[in-house]
Design a protein around this ligand. Structure first.
Ligand code: HEC
Length: 208
């Protein structure tokens, strides 16, 4: 190899080396959001926001709360967990993980005294126990509410009011004994009836 070639080679190696290390230093570090059954807990141990609860699997509950309380809406930070009832959850995955769903992963959970089991999980393909698609119902609230429906944000309403969701929260079996308020027994009974009707409808639809 001629001296000129050796010098060229060395320079090239140096340049590549510098650009590779420079690139590594600039690359944003994306902390993975690992979600398994241990990511979920007694709903009342999470942080209450109005009528629902939030958590953050990366320890950024302050960021999640700031988004939930932003008067004009905001994008929730990675790691956010949002739950209205113990059996359903939305978890914000790492940025860019699922652009179509705003990086939200949808979960259907089975809970009992022993803890949480993940029934279903996924992105635009998860349906609730009545055959309703989580994503399709939540997407009207995409902008500026980052898919969080609450009330008056364009989502198709659910037949369950906040008295009923409160009663379900107060009787989450993972929290120990239920701490019911007056009227909760009636609310729980109404939910059971609605569930029964909803499941029967879904069952009938499955034959169509
Ligand atoms: C029929 C439409 C519909 C379907 C299907 C649906 N949701 Fe919702 N969801 C709503 C509405 C409306 C609210 C707000 C209810 C309220 O607070 O009054 C809501 C509330 C929530 C909340 C509390 C935060 C918020 O958006 O207000 C979570 C979390 C949630 N749903 C998750 C899910 C998951 C997970 C699924 C699927 C397993 C699902 N939802 C399916 C309409 C739906």
């Amino acid at each position: 190899m001629s001296i000129a070639k050796i010098i060229r080679c060395t320079l090239a190696t140096l340049v590549i080396g510098i650009s590779v290390s420079g690139h590594a230093a600039d690359a944003p570090t994306v902390t993975p959001v690992k979600v398994d059954e241990n990511s979920f807990r007694c709903i009342r141990k999470m942080t209450p926001v109005r009528h629902f609860y939030v958590d953050n699997l990366l320890g950024n509950t302050a960021g999640t709360l700031a988004a939930a309380n932003a008067p004009k809406g905001a994008i929730y930070p990675a790691g956010s967990v949002v739950q209205l009832v113990p059996g359903e959850a939305m978890v914000k995955r790492e940025a860019g993980f699922s652009p179509a769903t705003g990086d939200w992963e949808f979960f259907e959970l089975n809970v009992d005294e022993k803890g949480t089991k993940i029934g279903k999980r996924g992105f635009a393909d998860v349906n609730n126990q009545f055959g309703g698609n989580c994503f399709a119902c939540h997407v009207p609230a995409r902008d500026p509410w980052d898919f969080i429906c609450e009330s008056g944000r364009g989502c198709e309403p659910i037949p369950i009011d906040h008295k009923m969701t409160g009663a379900v929260q107060r009787s989450d079996p993972r929290c120990g004994e239920p701490v019911l308020e007056s009227g909760d027994m009636v609310a729980l009974w109404k939910i059971k009836t609605i569930r029964f009707i909803g499941k029967t409808k879904a069952w009938i639809n499955s034959f169509r």
